[in-house]
Design a protein around this ligand. Structure first.
Ligand code: SF4
Length: 58
C-alpha cells in the first residue's frame, strides 16, 4: 500500500499562484490579482499547508 500524501497534495508551496516576494514569510497568493478580484494577499499559516480550492499545479 502506498502511503497517502493527500494532506499536502494541494499545499500552497506547490501552487502555481504562490510567489515569494521580498519580506514575505510564507509567500503571497497571486490568485486574486491574476483573476482581477483584488490585490495579492499574504498566505496565512493556517492555509499554507492545506491550500485552497483554487490550487493549481505549477
Ligand atoms: S491560497 Fe490557494 S490559490 Fe493561493 S497559493 Fe494557496 S493554494 Fe494557491
Amino acid at each position: 500500500m502506498k502511503k497517502s500524501t493527500e494532506a499536502s497534495a494541494t499545499a500552497c508551496w506547490d501552487c502555481l499562484y504562490r510567489r515569494d516576494f521580498e519580506n514575505t514569510f510564507l509567500g503571497i497568493c497571486t490568485w486574486f490579482e491574476v483573476h482581477g478580484k483584488g490585490s495579492n494577499k499574504d498566505i496565512p499559516p493556517s492555509l499554507v499547508e492545506k491550500g485552497c480550492k483554487y490550487w493549481k499545479k505549477k
